[in-house]
Design a protein around this ligand. Structure first.
Ligand code: KIV
Length: 312
């Protein structure tokens, strides 16, 4: 009897705490379950409510609110141009889409470098954009004294889930001398990436993005870790893959990197749809009475016409 009452209490409590949504978002445990079952984890970027709805409906394991938003959706030249408040606006929009995807928000350039305190408050502010933000992502360089390693550790210590990002880290584009494959030239470069991956795992990161690293290196690093690696330009032997949505859907007309596969050509479809609309407006063939219009009670109409005549 006591046991039955306890079950009843628990299910009541569960209902009380889940009034906002019946949809359960994926958790770190779900991602780890996939990792242990050796099933690839899928991650894709999103920019707003619409693209987030698409990604959720397509059942992406993870939606990344990446700072690639800066170039891919906001028209800036680089990730380093992106202001934190503009980024937060997009995080909130993405989180308003329903669905099960786990949501990771990037730590934008300029929002964490000045001090650990600043980094912590930025991470907290991103987590507070919505209760649907599950983790932050932090780019970490390979240099021995890279500050972001310490920040990753402090965030993890405070219970903020961190996805590390190593290899090509676009926020360090100037320090790296351009967008280049990392860990392909010397053993010291390769070892620096590997050791950084281990250190990030040791400080508590729950997963790592490996960007633009030779596929054999990515495979070996992945095999030495016990957290998932999500590759972009890192070959098929990482624990998962991430692509930027505008690249994979062909949303823009710009050139895409070698590692991208274009699964659609949304940009061309969109332009041709809009051009058809403009053409129909120009030729007065849109809108069509009956098909796109509403009607009014005929007595009201007659009266309105009569009224109008008295207005001269
Ligand atoms: O900002 C982004 O979209 C990213 C991915 C490329 C991993 O960091």
């Amino acid at each position: 009897m006591l046991f039955k009452n306890r079950i009843l209490q628990l299910s009541l409590a569960k209902r009380l705490y889940s009034v906002h949504s019946e949809i359960r978002q994926k958790t770190i445990h779900d991602l780890m379950a996939k990792y242990h079952a050796q099933k690839p984890i899928s991650m894709v970027t999103a920019y707003d409510f619409i693209t987030s709805t698409w990604a959720n409906r397509a059942n992406a394991d993870i939606i990344l609110v990446g700072d690639s938003l800066s170039m891919c959706s906001l028209g800036y030249a680089s990730t380093t141009d992106l202001p934190l408040d503009e980024f937060q606006y997009h995080v909130k929009s993405i989180c308003r889409a329903e669905g099960t995807s786990f949501i990771v928000a990037d730590m934008p350039y300029g929002s964490f470098e000045s001090s650990i305190e600043k980094g912590i408050s930025t991470a907290v502010s991103l987590m507070k954009c919505s209760s649907r933000v599950n983790a932050v992502k932090l780019e970490v360089g390979s240099q021995k004294n890279d500050y972001a390693l310490e920040l990753a550790s402090e965030l993890c210590r405070r219970g903020i889930p961190v996805m590390g990002h190593i290899g090509l880290t676009p926020q360090r584009v100037h320090a790296m001398g351009g967008y280049k494959v990392q860990g392909s030239k010397s053993i010291s470069d390769v070892m620096a990436i590997y050791l950084r991956a281990k250190e990030l795992q040791d400080v508590g990161c729950f997963s790592l993005v490996l960007e633009c690293v030779p596929h054999q290196i990515a495979k070996n690093i992945t095999s030495k870790l016990h957290i998932p690696t999500i590759g972009i330009g890192a070959g098929p032997n990482t624990s998962g893959q991430v692509l930027v949505m505008s690249d994979l859907l062909g949303m823009t007309s710009g050139k895409v990197p070698k590692f991208v596969n274009k699964y659609s050509n949304i940009g061309e479809l969109a332009v041709s749809g809009i051009a058809n609309y403009i053409e129909e407006v120009n030729t007065a063939s849109f809108p069509k009475i009956g098909q796109h219009t509403f009607t009014v009670n005929s007595e009201v109409l007659q009266e309105f016409i009569k009224e109008l005549s008295s207005y001269g």
